[in-house]
Design a binder for this molecule. Structure first.
Ligand SMILES: *[C@@H]1O[C@H](CO)[C@@H](O)[C@H](O)[C@H]1NC(C)=O
Ligand SMILES: *[C@@H]1O[C@H](CO)[C@@H](O)[C@H](O)[C@H]1NC(C)=O
Ligand SMILES: *[C@@H]1O[C@H](CO)[C@@H](O)[C@H](O)[C@H]1NC(C)=O
Ligand SMILES: *[C@@H]1O[C@H](CO)[C@@H](O)[C@H](O)[C@H]1NC(C)=O
Ligand SMILES: *[C@@H]1O[C@H](CO)[C@@H](O)[C@H](O)[C@H]1NC(C)=O
Length: 284
C-alpha cells in the first residue's frame, strides 16, 4: 500500500470514528458511570450542571424539589431523583442506570389538560403548574402546588366525565379541594354525579383554607357567588356557593379540621371518632 492509500484509509476511519462519537454523545447523558461515581453531598445546582441530559426532563421528585427551595441544597446520592421523560422522545431508560436519576415516562397529549405518568397505578396531573428551566431540566416552580397535584394524582378509571383542569379559583388561591359528602358517595358508589342532584359537596383542609376566598367571593371578584356561610373559621365552617353562569347549582364547600380535640393531627376523614363525625358531618 502506498502512503497515500494509508492516509485515505486513516481519514475514512477517523470520519467513521467521529460519527460514532457524535451519535454516542447525542444518545447518552453527558456524564455516565464510567466517568464519575455517584455524587455524594453535592450541591443541587452542581448536580444539575454535572448531569445535564440531552433530552428535556421534568423533575418530579418531591424530596428533591423541596430541597431545591432551601438556601443550601445538597443531595447525598443515596436516593435516586425521579424525573419524567416525554414518552415520544423514545429514550432508553437503561442509559440512566448509572446516573442519579430514576426515569418515569409520561404522555403529553396536546389536546389534554393533564400529563399522564406511566406508573403503577397511573397518575395524571394537571398541566397548569409553572416551570422554569435549568439546562434541560424542567423544574416546577411552585413546589407546593406540584406536590399537592402529585399527592392527588392517582388515576382511577371512572366514567370519563369531562372536567377543566386549566383553571381553578380554589387551586389558584392555594386551596386544594376534594370531593366530599354526597358527591363523594356518588363517585364511590356509581362513579358519577348522582343523577338529578343540583348540588356538589367539596372540602378543603383547614390548613389549606384561605379566609380571603370568602371576601373575594363577596367582593364579586369570583366566578361564584355566596349563597350562605355557616360556622366559624375555627369551627365547622361551610360556604355555599353558586356559579354565576348557572345559579340553580349549589356547591357546598366544607372546611375539614385536621385535628381532634387532643390536638393530634387526624387527616383521614375515616379516622374521626364517632363524636367528631357527628360534629363535623352532622349534615349527612
Ligand atoms: C453527607 O452528608 C451527611 C449529612 O450531612 C453526612 O452524614 C455524610 O457523612 C456526608 N457524606 C460525605 C461523603 O461527606
Ligand atoms: C440522604 O438523603 C435522604 C433523602 O433526603 C435521607 O432520607 C437520608 O437519610 C440521607 N442520608 C444521609 C446519610 O444523610
Ligand atoms: C390525544 O387525545 C385525543 C382526544 O382524547 C385522542 O383522540 C388522541 O388519539 C390522543 N393522541 C395521542 C397521541 O394519544
Ligand atoms: C386547556 O388548555 C389547553 C392548552 O392551553 C387547551 O388546549 C384546552 O382546550 C384547554 N381546555 C379547556 C377545557 O379549557
Ligand atoms: C386524637 O387522635 C389521636 C390519633 O388518631 C388518638 O390517639 C387520640 O385518642 C384522639 N383523641 C381524641 C380525644 O379523640
Amino acid at each position: 500500500m502506498t502512503t497515500n492509500k494509508i492516509f485515505v484509509l486513516f481519514l475514512v476511519f477517523a470520519f467513521i470514528f467521529q460519527a460514532v462519537l457524535l451519535i454516542l454523545t447525542y444518545k447518552y447523558p453527558r456524564r455516565t458511570a464510567q466517568t464519575r461515581k455517584l455524587l455524594e453531598n453535592v450541591t443541587c445546582t452542581d448536580l444539575l450542571d454535572e448531569w445535564d441530559t440531552d433530552t428535556p426532563v421534568l423533575l418530579i421528585d418531591l424530596d428533591f424539589l423541596e430541597k431545591l427551595n432551601q438556601e443550601e441544597c445538597k443531595w447525598n446520592g443515596t436516593a435516586k431523583i425521579k424525573i419524567g421523560i416525554d414518552v415520544t422522545y423514545d429514550v432508553d431508560k437503561g442509559i440512566f442506570n448509572h446516573s442519579p436519576f430514576e426515569v418515569v415516562f409520561y404522555s403529553n397529549n396536546g389536546s389534554k389538560d393533564f400529563l399522564e405518568f406511566h406508573e403503577e397505578p397511573p397518575r395524571i396531573i394537571p398541566k397548569n403548574f409553572e416551570r422554569r428551566w435549568v439546562g434541560n431540566f424542567e423544574i416546577p416552580t411552585n413546589t407546593r402546588r406540584f406536590a399537592e397535584f402529585w399527592k392527588r394524582s392517582e388515576f382511577v378509571e371512572c366514567l370519563g366525565l369531562e372536567m377543566n383542569r386549566n383553571k381553578s379559583e380554589l387551586i389558584d388561591m392555594g386551596m386544594y379541594p376534594f370531593l366530599n359528602g354526597g358527591t363523594l358517595l356518588g363517585w364511590y358508589r356509581e362513579c358519577t354525579v348522582i343523577p338529578h342532584t343540583y348540588d356538589m359537596d367539596i372540602a378543603v383542609f383547614k390548613e389549606n383554607y384561605k379566609p380571603e376566598y370568602a371576601e373575594k367571593v363577596l367582593n364579586g371578584d369570583s366566578d361564584f357567588g355566596l349563597r350562605r356561610k355557616f360556622g366559624m373559621l375555627e369551627d365547622s365552617l361551610e360556604l355555599t356557593l353558586y356559579p354565576y353562569w348557572d345559579q340553580g347549582l349549589s356547591i357546598d364547600l366544607f372546611v375539614i379540621y385536621g385535628w381532634n380535640s387532643s390536638g393530634k393531627n387526624v387527616k383521614i376523614v375515616g379516622k374521626f371518632s364517632k363524636e367528631e363525625m357527628e360534629k363535623y358531618y352532622l349534615y349527612y
